[in-house]
Ligand binder design. Structure first.
Ligand SMILES: *Cc1c(COP(=O)(O)O)cnc(C)c1O
Length: 449
């Protein structure tokens, strides 16, 4: 227990002891191994439950930037690393904050990694993980289908700022991935569980075997599929999240998480040179508290996102539309995703409709939002409302025409993050009505042209 607890009133001290005895029981269990449950919701539920300072069912928010100690010598011991957060000794909240640590423990339990730490954004999680793993002059092998920001980071920013070069490959081709690894130079193989926006599924188990054989780390961005796929349980070394998306679910917070071995996470927090300590992409503890309140219903939300995406995708397919959804039997990675996914969640909450060209895509978006209120024209994902965008001219606009073609992004691709507000039939009727409005426009266009 931290020495500072000794200065609290008797009542609080009693509560703190009670809380700690409960916590210790679980902490010991937690320290002995990675949580045993292989199912993300079960694993999350069996992780340590934090109580509030006054016995509240929710944890307290530790809103302090700095922490006091009882003995002057304790500070020296914290700086030498003899005492640290693992024994409830805290120093400064850029380094470690107990509330952020509690959220991080929950996310580590969900992903089945030994440790995790949360950051101020998904991009800072991506950037910090790669900087910590890849020294100047080293090399990364990455999928050619990546989130636009990550693609820009790997293709332009890292080579210029850190002399870290990336070879982009078709990550479906395991031989090509292995072949692109440069002995002694490559540190990381980098993929997304489900690629943005084309919904290619990464063969995480296969890629993990390649990474092991070559002695490099497999880093997986699991933003599109929390709960649905558990990359670390399939052999990934590091799992990254933009917590701004499904995990938050509210489209009101920007946040990220890095999940991985304790040695890596600890090295990132190292007081004298860890990337998180040096660059400081710190999560606010008030934000960490809010997010920890949303994790317990993430499994329920994911199941509903996935169920509705599956239903709409099959109905759209029946209407003769060109749908890309890994839950459909005609998707090239349907069987792969079946073999990787945790049972009972489904196939993800994202689907894409190829409308052929940008003009038709934009017309559909217009009617879906403004004529029928099916969803909102906006980037991002994981919100309770359906979010829709034309990828080629929005999230993937950082790519050149050639790069878009290489990544399989057609100009008429509409990406949808399927929400769960309203009833299924209400929403479907809105979709059909918007489609009919588009057909009417098309017909009018034929007459005038
Ligand atoms: C949004 C996103 C990111 C970046 O996350 P931010 O929280 O916006 O910084 C990274 N990867 C993927 C797959 C994303 O969708």
């Amino acid at each position: 227990m931290a020495e500072s607890v000794q200065s609290q009133s008797i009542n609080n001290a009693v509560l703190a002891v009670l809380n700690n005895s409960y916590a210790n029981e679980h902490t010991n269990q937690e320290r002995s191994a990675v949580p045993a449950a292989a199912e993300p919701a079960e694993s999350l539920a069996s992780s340590r439950h934090e109580f509030g300072e006054h016995g509240g069912v929710n944890m307290s928010i530790e809103a302090s930037a700095t922490f006091t100690v009882m003995e002057p010598d304790t500070l020296r011991k914290i700086f030498t690393g003899e005492l640290g957060p693992d024994r409830d000794f805290y120093l400064y909240s850029r380094h470690f904050n107990p509330t952020v640590l509690n959220l991080s423990r929950q996310i580590a339990a969900m992903e089945g990694t030994e440790a995790a730490y949360c950051t101020a954004s998904g991009m800072s999680a991506v950037f910090c993980a790669l900087l910590q793993l890849c020294p100047a002059g080293s090399h990364i092998v990455a999928s050619r289908c990546l989130y636009g920001g990550t693609f820009a980071l790997l293709s332009k920013f890292l080579p210029r700022m850190a002399a870290v070069k990336t070879t982009f490959v078709d990550a479906r081709d395991l031989e090509a991935v292995g072949g692109a690894v440069q002995e002694g130079e490559t540190r990381v193989i980098y993929v997304e569980t489900m690629s943005n926006p084309t919904l290619e599924v990464a063969d995480i188990a296969g890629l993990s075997a390649v990474a092991r054989e070559k002695g490099v780390m497999l880093v997986v961005d699991n933003t599109f599929a929390p709960m649905v796929v558990s990359p670390a349980r399939l052999g990934a070394d590091v799992v990254l999240h933009s917590v701004s998306k499904f995990i938050s679910g509210g489209a009101d917070i920007i946040a990220g998480a890095i999940c991985g071995p304790a040695t890596l996470i600890n090295s990132m927090m190292d007081l004298h040179g860890g990337v998180l300590m040096m660059l400081g992409p710190t999560m606010n503890p008030k934000v960490a508290f809010e997010l920890s309140e949303r994790l317990p219903h993430l499994a329920l939300r994911m199941k509903e996102h996935c169920a509705r995406a599956m239903l709409y995708a099959s109905r759209m397919e029946q209407l003769g539309l060109k749908v890309i959804y890994p839950g459909l039997a005609n998707h090239p990675h349907h069987h792969l995703l079946r073999s990787l996914a945790n049972p009972g969640y489904g196939f993800g909450g994202m689907l894409c409709l190829d409308m052929g060209n940008e003009e038709r895509a934009n017309r559909l978006l217009y009617h879906l939002q403004n004529t029928t209120q099916f969803g909102l024209i906006a980037v991002s994902l994981g919100y309770y409302e359906t979010l829709m965008s034309c990828s080629g001219s929005s999230t993937a606009s950082k790519l050149s025409e050639e790069e878009k073609h290489f990544a399989g992004i057609s100009p008429g691709l509409v990406r949808m993050s399927v929400g769960y507000s309203g009833s299924v039939e209400q929403r479907w009727a809105q979709f059909e009505k918007a489609l009919a409005a588009c057909a009417k426009d098309d017909a009018a266009g034929d007459i005038t042209n």
